[in-house]
Design a protein around this ligand. Structure first.
Ligand SMILES: [Zn+2]
Length: 196
């Protein structure tokens, strides 16, 4: 991870790097294939979803926090999913987890999800385009929204639960960012997990 200072002269379109400092080499991530592929997947996600060239301190600290947690060792999936949830919020694409995204009523008891309307929907509004999702995913996402990464990393879901969570957020991001996310690191991660 590198802290880099850029400056741009008036009228120019390119930045000039004036200073670069290595903050952390993250040797423990590079030495652990599991940590490495989760780390690549998170960064690849950001390459798809973060646009613009303005510096963002919250995003910088989030990236650092995610990498620090990967460097600390397993588990990796909860950190990855929570990092993505937080990145979505910082990018202005928060998932709605409390109120029905169609009528606005309190829907904290609902587990109906509609990616295109922006999150959960109540029983009355759940129709075409809505899907029933495991309530545990919503509970996890709420905890991620309110908790620190080092707290969230200890949360456990059922087998395959974090992959479901990841896929849910990927579909959500693809709808709202109007892009297809073809994530190469995901295929590598799948190959690694299937080899076990
Ligand atoms: Zn509703």
């Amino acid at each position: 991870m590198v802290d880099i200072s850029l400056s741009r002269r008036e009228g120019r379109e390119l930045d000039t790097a004036t200073e670069a400092t290595v903050i952390d080499h993250y040797d423990s991530i590079r030495g652990n294939p599991d940590a490495f592929v989760h780390s690549c997947l998170f960064i690849e996600w950001l390459l798809h979803s973060v646009t613009g060239s303005e510096p963002s301190h919250p995003m910088f600290h989030l990236i650092r926090g995610v990498q620090d947690n990967f460097a600390a060792g397993a588990p990796f999936w909860p950190v990855l999913c929570s990092g993505i949830e937080k990145a979505l919020r910082l990018s202005g694409f928060a998932m709605e987890l409390d109120r029905c995204t169609r009528c606005g009523c309190d829907s904290r008891g609902s587990s109906l999800w509609n990616a295109s309307s922006g999150g959960i929907v109540c029983e009355n509004c759940g129709s075409a385009g809505s899907e029933e999702i495991p309530p545990g995913l919503i509970v996890f996402l709420r905890k991620s929204r309110n908790g620190r990464l080092d707290e969230v990393r200890n949360l456990k879901l059922w087998r395959g639960g974090y992959r479901q969570c990841f896929d849910l957020m990927k579909r959500f991001a693809e709808v709202h960012m109007e892009t297809r996310m073809n994530l190469k690191s995901l295929s590598v991660l799948e190959a690694l997990e299937n080899d076990r």
